[in-house]
Design a protein around this ligand. Structure first.
Ligand code: ZN
Length: 467
């Protein structure tokens, strides 16, 4: 007999509105929604008075570095961090060692991660140009949530790790960045099977010439912005939108960071091109002005830009141009992140602060609870083929709930984070509005930032081509 859990007295946030409903969970699913106070038999009751109840947050952009780079992070730590931050499902990026470039690796990775996962998870597959074109369809059929192509990046031949600076490696050791002809073939291959393709969009030729124009190594935050101008992002998105239009392939811009990029996506979508975009909490809550306080720890690619970019990204969230938010949890070691701005690797921890940072912005009035539920859960689930199993508070959906106390505050402290290498850009920031409980498939899995019970995250296969 499964336990019937009733969540009473909360305000249930859905994309359609905030509803005063009681939620009955049974057998891991949502068994029914009832008018507040209705007589419902249950084995356990959670009183959510004064709380907002969201469909469980989904973080679709997590690099757990596992296997291969587990000195930086591992799957147990990233999924525990996600859980205590209010997330019920993550989608893991494919660039571990070895990368998820075939069905065989996808199945291995699924089995490996199920041993340690604290939350449910999907898996990305990787495109390595022409060399694994024939694996893209089978990976999508095996349940991959999407295919990521590292457009503009060379890869090491042995490990398929990204090469950030081509000059660092002897040419015989690298797979050169895919040219646009190859990228177009990848769009065609993914279109054929109804999958979703995504990429980091920053045009590599523009980055190279901007860096050359700078004429000296990056010393200040302004140098970093000059070396990676917004036109690089906008140009790359414009090319992708033409490829999406001509092939019919659904294309998703990950971690979009500029007003210019958002405008290209908006125009392409208004013409009916199958283009969507993601942004991240760092681009929605920080700006270049925060460099003085945070320092090099806020180095990410694409870089965090000006206040006007942050505001344009919120406008894009609110008008539907941006459909999903992801953390881009991309940890490096504390020692690596302690290097100067020019030399340290881009990226940092983010899955534990993903929910709290976004909630802090919600309660500052940057968006509505309804739109928040969409970009943090519902439309993310739809995009990656997980809906309505995930991303919905509807009878039959997985009973994944994130319960939020709008009045609770939390000061982020690196030493209290779950991450193996705690290097948060928000270290010292006080945030308002906290996930105080997570229900994962009908059972309480987190309370007051502490896990409850054992880890029991499962792989969630994506279903594409059903819409
Ligand atoms: Zn990423």
């Amino acid at each position: 007999m499964s336990k019937r859990l009733l969540v009473r007295n909360g305000s249930v946030v859905t994309p359609e509105g905030v509803l005063e409903l009681d939620i009955l969970c049974d057998g891991g699913r949502i068994a029914g929604l009832f008018e507040r106070g209705a007589e419902v038999a249950a084995d356990e009751v959670v009183d959510a008075a004064g709380k907002l109840i969201f469909p469980g947050f989904i973080d679709p952009h997590v690099h757990s570095r596992d296997p291969g780079l587990t000195q930086k992070e591992d799957f147990a730590h990233s999924t525990l961090g996600a859980l205590v931050g209010g997330v019920t499902t993550i989608i893991e990026m494919p660039n571990a060692i070895p990368p998820v470039d075939s069905v065989a690796v996808l199945n291995d990775r699924r089995e490996q991660h199920e041993q340690v996962a604290w939350v449910d998870f999907g898996l990305w597959g990787i495109s390595i140009g022409d060399s694994n074109l024939h694996e893209l369809g089978p990976m999508i059929e095996a349940g991959a949530a999407a295919i990521k192509i590292f457009w503009g990046y060379a890869l090491r031949k042995d490990t398929k790790q990204l090469v950030y600076n081509l000059g660092d490696e002897p040419l015989e050791n690298v797979i050169l960045p895919p040219d646009n002809g190859t990228v177009l073939r990848v769009f065609e291959a993914v279109a054929k099977v109804g999958g979703l393709l995504a990429a980091h969009c920053e045009d590599r030729d523009i980055l190279a010439s901007s860096e050359a124009d700078l004429g000296h190594p990056i010393e200040s935050y302004d140098d970093l912005l000059r070396a990676r101008p917004a036109i690089a992002e906008a140009t790359s998105i414009a090319v992708a939108s033409q490829f999406a239009k001509s092939t019919g392939c659904r294309f998703h811009v990950v971690h979009m960071a500029s007003a210019e990029g958002a405008e290209v996506v908006r125009q392409a979508r208004s013409q009916g091109f199958p283009l969507t975009a993601e942004t991240c909490p760092q681009y929605l809550s920080l700006s270049a002005e925060d460099y003085e306080r945070i320092g090099p720890m806020m180095k990410v690619y694409p870089p965090i830009r000006g206040v006007q970019d942050r505001e344009a990204l919120w406008a894009a969230v609110n008008d539907g141009t941006i459909v999903s938010v992801g953390s881009d949890h991309a940890p490096h070691t504390v020692e690596e992140k302690a290097q100067g701005l020019g030399t340290q690797p881009a990226g940092g921890v983010g899955c534990e602060t993903f929910g709290p940072v976004m909630l802090d912005r919600l309660f500052r009035g940057d968006t509505t609870p309804e739109r928040f539920a969409e970009v943090m859960s519902t439309s993310t689930a739809k995009l990656y083929g997980l809906y309505p199993k995930k991303g919905a508070i509807l009878p039959g959906s997985d009973a994944d709930l994130t319960i939020v106390d709008p009045a609770a505050t939390w000061t982020v402290r690196n030493e209290e984070l779950v991450a193996k290498q705690p290097t948060s850009a928000w270290n010292g920031f006080e945030l308002t509005g906290m996930p105080t409980m997570v229900i994962l498939r009908g059972e309480i899995a987190m309370k007051d930032r502490k896990p409850v019970g054992a880890h029991r995250g499962r792989f969630v296969p994506a279903k594409h081509g059903e819409r």
